[in-house]
Design a protein around this ligand. Sequence first.
Ligand code: ACO
Ligand code: ATP
Length: 769
Amino acid sequence: MIVETGATALFEEATAVDERRVLVLAGNRERGYEALESILDALPVPITETTLVGPEDRLRCEHLPQANASELLGTTRTVIALDAHEGLRPNALGKVVGAVDGGGLLVLLTPPLEEWPDRRGAFDGSLAVPPFSLDDVTGRFRTRLVETLRAHRGIGIVDLEAERIVDDGLTEPAPKRVDGSGESSLETPSNARFPADAYEACLTGDQRDAVEAFESLLEGDTAEDSEDQQRAVVLEADRGRGKSSAAGLAAGAFAADGLDVLVTAPRSRNAAELFDRAGELLGTLEADATIDGRTIETGSGGRVRYLEPATAVERIESAAGDDRGPADIVIVDEAAALPVSVLESLLAADRVAFATTIHGYEGAGRGFSVRFRDRLAESDHEVIERTLVEPIRYAAGDPVEVWAFRALLLDARPPVEPLVADATPETVAYRSLEPDDLLADDRLLREAFGLLVLAHYRTEPNDLARLLDAPNLEARALVHDGHVVSVALLAREGNLPPETRAMMYEGGRIRGNMLPDVLTSQLRDEAAGESAGLRVVRIATHHAARSRGLGSHLLERVREEFESVVDWLGTGFGATPGLLEFWRENGYRTVHVSTTRNDASGEYSSLMVAPTSDAGRKLHDRHADWFARRFPVLCTDALSDLEPDVARAVLRSVDADAAPELGLSAHDWRVVAGAAYGPGLFDADPGPFRDLVVRYFVENPDDVDLTAREERLLVLRALQGRPWEAVADRLEYHSSGQCMRALGGAFCPLVDKYGSDAALEVRERFLEE
Ligand SMILES: CC(=O)SCCNC(=O)CCNC(=O)[C@H](O)C(C)(C)COP(=O)(O)OP(=O)(O)OC[C@H]1O[C@@H](n2cnc3c(N)ncnc32)[C@H](O)[C@@H]1OP(=O)(O)O
Ligand SMILES: Nc1ncnc2c1ncn2[C@@H]1O[C@H](COP(=O)(O)OP(=O)(O)OP(=O)(O)O)[C@@H](O)[C@H]1O
């Protein structure tokens, strides 16, 4: 009874101020469900607007397991109940909170709050990385979560055991001012090309501006507009600012104008709001629209339809060069939740819009900003950006948003620039970021986590829990005046018992242990997990203090601290020439490049090792040899599309001692020298050329002087076997013939450097002529 009354009061307050509230039902799980059912009966919320997120489908409403919480991204629910009794995935909490409507309620079913931190759940199992066990996983993330639940406004807590409302969660807000100004400012822009109804449907000025930005995707937008100019619109906002709706209003306006709009999002459901707004607008415009699931067709021949990302990419790619393409306009919703490689492929469309969330789930989807924005800037698209700030789903200042940002550190930021601008290796102190210190010092935690989030493709709320609770992880930092300027996340790997190694070798899966896992299961080295290692999972330097040696200083200090207790230091990351160079400079050497692109970053991953003991050296040396040997064959197979500059940097980052011995016969040398100095042809027998190229890059001799263009030619033609025309085109040679001569020329210094007597004889013979 008291529970229903409390929940009703909380719900009424939420509705009155268009904010959200949280209700925690802490105690026995069955009691929690009984309370939840009576609350749902008491609240004036239809079952169709309620979702239960948890392991079992126990209520009559929609049900999702925590693992599928992504389905809620971009949707709006009035009540969501989250059952955390069998464990809580921090990512799921982030996604769930963002989907609750203003005037809505998030109900958390938890164990008694005092006991919750010590209760291990399914997510904790994922943190128990061998050789550690579940007992080694701590409960600090939940300790912190409980503290925030108790401390923040707008959160009611019920102790089910004591049948007591511990905190009613009411904030007793002042009655809302009725603000008419918002309405009047929403005028249709002058010279608008979309119908006025599209603007009148907007709820905030920001949303109106966002809709207006879409007008740039119309043909002939400006006097100087050329039809060929590619254009892109980027909408960024925190959750619930109405960006999907803005995209929907624009989509409706395009379709009313007879245009074909292709919408894609990670899941069809994520585009629900977009389709609702498009359909409503077309209804208002009386555009004779027919709606069939995720396809709307208008009387003027326009259309808005949803396609899965993979299908959308396929259609766009197969229509490349086609005048009309698969659609006039492509809209990508929840873009940050898609892999960069998919976003890049979507950029093949001439007119494209991306709507994306800045803070709010999956570690703020920083990938979009960190990697994709650069690629967008490099593309031929003229980009218009809009940021939506004013909240729509709930009122500004919503206490639940404040709580979620803090509890999951969704808005964590590195220190502001002036605090670290003067940092140099001489001014900083090296320190361990012990989980207890992070728990006790929220500023330190925010700075360190904020730096990791900003610098990396995807840092999620789950990573916050890992940082605080995973037994295999350590964090180290450089601090300047107490502020974090460089941070490294380290994982202990290897040191695995024989049974675990055998299990991996026989195809079993293991948590964590990225390097031993790949070296054992893919590269068939059963002993790879025996030695102890430390992998640098992530490293980041504050953007205001990069290129001053801080990153290198941090790696040096890490090495000093750990070299006597591990056999190797290692790392694995999306390979770019700059990063490969950074790691190489710091003594790490490549032993493997993944044979598929990383789903999130779109790059091939490079694995590097810096040995610190004899055992580590043996492990490194055998893998470096194997890698140098297999690389040329991979270049015409899985790595045939590796960027030439990455291939150059990868080979240069292999230990020079692993440079393969040249087993070229006298005849092989005559073929190579004949092509370099005489009339011979590379195409007749590419094998010996390849060996020579690998040897050259890995050994990286000072006395051979090839230009970057010549080296790219060696990669593209000699290693990857790409057709002459394509290579000539890419490297801007006038013709295939010129490209062939250039390749011969590039081999001359290699023949001079490595050639056997047979090779030098050939050279002399042609030089004399
Ligand atoms: C496992 C991983 O975490 S890999 C991912 C590494 N982290 C990131 O990419 C996040 C963003 N980048 C950063 O935070 C920093 O650039 C770091 C951590 C890579 C390097 O930190 P810094 O303090 O700048 O390192 P430091 O000054 O010792 O070395 C810089 C050198 O590394 C190389 N380098 C590092 N990153 C890049 C890059 N993206 N592009 C080109 N060169 C690079 C360059 O040689 C650079 O020297 P330069 O500026 O004189 O050309
Ligand atoms: N112009 C509008 N007319 C009617 N409802 C709107 C409008 N704009 C936004 N809303 C409502 O506000 C809520 C948030 O809007 P929307 O889903 O477009 O925001 P979003 O920024 O895309 O959010 P998310 O990041 O969660 O996807 C939804 O419930 C939506 O129905």
